[in-house]
Write a protein that binds this ligand. Structure first.
Ligand SMILES: [Zn+2]
Length: 144
């Protein structure tokens, strides 16, 4: 198990270097699947194409890269020194879109969970346990 975790951490670091979320998305999905959760990926019919959709839990999960989604007060969410105006506008737009998508999804009755790259990097298992606790809570509210 500890080998799996150290392997996960290594890939997370790699994905950061290459500036892509793909690896963290895969790791989060693998972890959820390994814990018995079944879901759909990137449902285009839902606002913001959520990375993970758990119908049974009426929950969507966004797995956010800190740079692109401009995680507040996060050191991964820096503004590049060149084309600064472009990036400031880009991030403002991304943040607005994220907020709008969450609002629309909540209106449709979905629970929205956001998972951040930096927290996964710091302690993958801990962040995933938080997600699983929330999912169990949401399942109870719906089966009750
Ligand atoms: Zn962050």
């Amino acid at each position: 198990m500890s080998d799996i975790i150290s392997k996960s951490k290594r890939s997370i670091n790699m994905s950061h270097i290459h500036g892509t979320n793909t690896t963290i998305e895969i790791l989060v999905r693998k972890y959820l699947f390994g814990h018995g959760f079944r879901f759909r990926k990137n449902d285009k019919k839902l606002p913001g194409k959520p990375d993970v959709v758990l119908k049974k839990y009426k929950t969507v999960i966004f797995i956010n890269g800190c740079f692109w989604h401009h995680h507040k007060n996060c050191k991964l969410a820096y503004i590049p020194k060149t084309n600064t105006d472009f990036w400031v506008n880009k991030f403002a737009k991304n943040i607005m879109n994220d907020k709008r998508h969450s609002r629309e999804l909540r209106k449709m009755g979905y629970h929205v969970i956001t998972v951040w790259e930096c927290l996964l990097q710091k302690d993958f298992k801990r962040e995933m346990n938080r997600v699983i606790r929330l999912l169990n809570k949401y399942r109870d509210t719906h089966s009750a």
